[in-house]
Design a protein around this ligand. Sequence first.
Ligand SMILES: Cc1cc2nc3c(=O)[nH]c(=O)nc-3n(C[C@H](O)[C@H](O)[C@H](O)COP(=O)(O)O)c2cc1C
Length: 143
Amino acid sequence: MPKIRIVHYSHTGNTKKMAEALAEGARTVHGVEVEPKRYEAPQRLVDFDAIIVGVPTYHHTMTNNIRKFLEEVAFHDVNLKGKIGAAFRSYGWSGEAPRLVLEVMENTFEMEVLKRPLLVKYAPDEAGLHKSKKFGKTVADRI
Ligand SMILES: Cc1cc2nc3c(=O)[nH]c(=O)nc-3n(C[C@H](O)[C@H](O)[C@H](O)COP(=O)(O)O)c2cc1C
């Protein structure tokens, strides 16, 4: 059964809402197992076919906990080569964070990344939630 892990951080809840919509969209693909979580133990990531990271942009960068998470994956030398990687975020005006995550996924972990992250400005409205569901389905379809 194809498995997706969504790891996300959200300070004021916007990215969290997107994560839940993404999971809903991914679940529309038959047989896909997906769960959004705030954290996943790095060694457990090998159990998943796709890893999606949700991270808002604060002070032009990713949040400390997501940076720490990526560093732990690297430190433990977890083999993610060939797995699908994707990223999304809520942002205010610049929104650098997901691109930074995708760079690490591609260059350090050698994952197959979806080059374009999903972006929603501030709180996702109906259109933002719809985009999030579609993005989740796109990842699930790729597995
Ligand atoms: C202290 C602070 C710094 C921020 N810095 C940025 C920034 O550099 N670039 C940007 O695009 N948005 C920035 N934002 C806006 C947040 O990314 C935006 O509010 C986002 O929706 C928060 O997502 P969350 O609810 O998932 O935490 C900042 C917000 C705060 C409160």
